[in-house]
Design a protein around this ligand. Structure first.
Ligand code: SF4
Ligand code: SF4
Length: 255
């Protein structure tokens, strides 16, 4: 047990292994999909669009909640839970997760937790913890995992890549020094990163972008999200306007 962590949380190094498996046969199947606060990253939302067939605006309206605590630099986006007395995830069903191939990173990683922090020189370091909650029977299974094998099996590479890029914004030096984006900037943060289809429409309507760039933005979701992150970074931290006209800048102001 580590002194500064709760009893059920322990640090895990790359060299260590853990026994764990989750499948429909475990007695606790979908128990971890109840009574939770599930914060979503932009890449989670990108993938949930694919799972549901909804565009990002519909997802935001029907399934997501936006909150911003006083003093927090950025708004947070949560998946809504249903009022069934157990605060179940909106995508949980008796037969499992209804968006399984596109489930969010937090669902893929459980019971492994990954935190990245940005060093002074801008590079990122990662740390892992293992969460052993009493209700989770997966630890009684015999499958042996390492961080590397579990990350691979859960398809986390593309999620980690995008979320590491996001960490460069969330942990930017200006933010660490106390900069709080204003309402308009946070409106753009939500619009560009979480309402990707609307952001795409704005990019395609912009006269500042070339045909080749637009063609890729029109068809490549991950390129579009990378582009959006670069734009957010520019608009928040560098006064380098590119002349883009984002007419819907304040559509998703923080609640
Ligand atoms: S509680 Fe653990 S074993 Fe049970 S469904 Fe969730 S992850 Fe799987
Ligand atoms: S998205 Fe799927 S795996 Fe994640 S909490 Fe909801 S039902 Fe469970």
């Amino acid at each position: 047990m580590t002194a500064d962590l709760p009893a059920e949380v322990s640090r895990l190094s790359k060299e260590e292994s853990f026994t764990f498996s989750c499948h429909p046969g475990v007695a606790c199947f979908t128990e971890c999909c109840r009574l939770l606060e599930l914060a979503l990253t932009p890449y989670d939302v990108l993938r949930l669009r694919l799972a549901t067939g909804l565009n990002s605006s519909q997802l935001l309206a029907d399934y997501l909640l936006v909150e911003q605590e006083a003093g927090e630099p950025f708004p947070r986006v949560y998946l809504s839970m249903v009022d069934d007395g157990r605060a179940s995830c909106v995508f949980a069903s008796a037969s499992g997760c209804r968006v399984y191939p596109h489930r969010p990173a937090a669902c893929r990683s459980y019971p492994l937790g990954r935190a990245v922090s940005r060093r002074e020189d801008g590079s990122l370091t990662e740390q892992h913890v293992l969460l052993r909650e009493p209700h989770c029977r997966g630890f009684a299974e015999s499958a042996v995992n390492s961080i590397t094998s579990f990350t691979r099996e859960q398809g986390l590479a593309s999620y980690n890549r995008s979320n590491d890029r996001l960490a460069e914004i969330l942990q930017h030096q200006a933010i660490r020094q106390g900069f709080i984006p204003n309402q308009s900037q946070n409106g753009f943060f939500l619009h560009a990163l979480y309402d990707l289809d609307l952001f795409r429409a704005d990019c395609l309507a912009s006269t500042a972008l070339g045909t080749e760039e637009k063609s890729r933005l029109a068809t490549d979701d991950e390129f579009l999200l990378s582009f959006a992150m670069a734009e957010v970074e520019r608009q928040l931290f560098a006064d380098l306007p590119r002349g883009l006209s984002f007419t819907r800048l304040e559509r998703h102001g923080p609640c």
